[in-house]
Design a binder for this molecule. Structure first.
Ligand code: AMP
Ligand code: ZN
Length: 114
């Protein structure tokens, strides 16, 4: 936990968010500024800054993190496809330095990037 981190505050329920899923490792809530009809954020409960901090030792939980995405997309109305984005580090424009995947869908995303 990082006291200055927005996502850690949401995890601690110190900040409100529309939570659609949570288990002991991950939490999923709606992005407050959605850029697609569906725009969820899949967030680790552990404060890890980004994919820049990931190594081979993380493959098991990272696999579990990715494996919950298809059901999340279907349960939230995106049976016909979705896009995953994870900004990592300063050159990506990452705003919140706590590892997360954007799950985007609900319309034709074409080539538009986050
Ligand atoms: P990134 O640039 O990949 O770090 O994206 C951070 C995302 O977090 C942005 O899409 C923001 O709209 C979103 N965000 C920031 N604060 C909140 C919040 N309190 N609740 C929900 N989403 C948030
Ligand atoms: Zn955090």
């Amino acid at each position: 936990m990082n006291d200055d981190c927005i996502f850690c505050k949401i995890i601690k329920k110190d900040l409100p968010a529309k939570i659609v899923f949570e288990d002991k490792e991950f939490i999923v809530f709606c992005d407050k500024n959605p850029i697609a009809k569906l725009h969820l954020l899949l967030v680790t409960r552990t404060h890890i800054e980004s994919l820049q901090n990931i190594s081979n030792n993380d493959s098991e939980w990272l696999g579990r993190m990715i494996s919950i995405i298809p059901k999340l997309a279907i349960d939230n109305g995106c049976k016909d496809g979705f896009r995953i984005v994870s900004n990592a580090g300063i050159n990506s424009g990452q705003e919140v330095p706590h590892l997360h995947f954007h799950i985007l869908g609900g319309r034709d995303l074409h080539r538009k990037m986050l």
